[in-house]
Each structure stands twice: as structure tokens, then as C-alpha cells.
Design a protein around this ligand. Sequence first.
Ligand SMILES: [Mg+2]
Length: 120
Amino acid sequence: MMKVLVVEDNPLNMELVTEMLIAQGFITEGANDGEEAVRMAEKEAYDLIVMDIGLPGIDGVEATKRIRTKSRNKFIPVIALTAFAMKGDMERFLKAGFDAYLSKPINVPEFMKVIEKYKE
Ligand SMILES: [Mg+2]
């Protein structure tokens, strides 16, 4: 089974994302902030990371950068989850090292469609 690290500080979004992933057959682990995500990614190998951008402390962009530089999850796909949905954001996130981008509020069919692509 594929293991996903979900990084999200909003408990309702964390619950929704976790439920959708479990429904798709993934195993999930959660982090409530960027530093925790970086620590977890140093210790554990994941198959996919879903990363909120707006987080307390370091944001999702910085957390992803750190995960990309030093952890064992360097090459793991990271999907950005964010309320920043302005023109040019997609490009900015992809440039920052994310593999895909999903805007909030979370659209369930859209989320499922993107997640499907990462299933083994
Ligand atoms: Mg947030």
C-alpha cells in the first residue's frame, strides 16, 4: 500500500484529505506544520506528499524545499494544496518543486482525479 504524508494545519481539511486518500486505498500520516513534515520526511519514506502552503512557521513551499534537499523523500511527488489561486500561482508552485497543484476549497472530484495519477 502506498503511504502518503498529509501536511495541513486546518483540522477539517486534514480530515477530508485523509478520508479521501483512505477511500482510494492509501495509508496516511499527518503533520500539522512544515517543521513536523520535514522531520517526518527525514525519518520515513513516503510515496506521495500532499502539502498545504499556508502553515504556521515555515510554509509549504519552504518545507517542500527542505524535503527536496535533504530527506530520503527528495524525489517523491509533492502536491500543493492551497487557497492561493491567483494567476501565475500554478507556475510559481511548479517552479518551487511541486508536481501538481490543487486549489482550496477542496474539490473532491478534482482531488480524486489528481490522486489517481499517483496510484501504483
Ligand atoms: Mg493552512
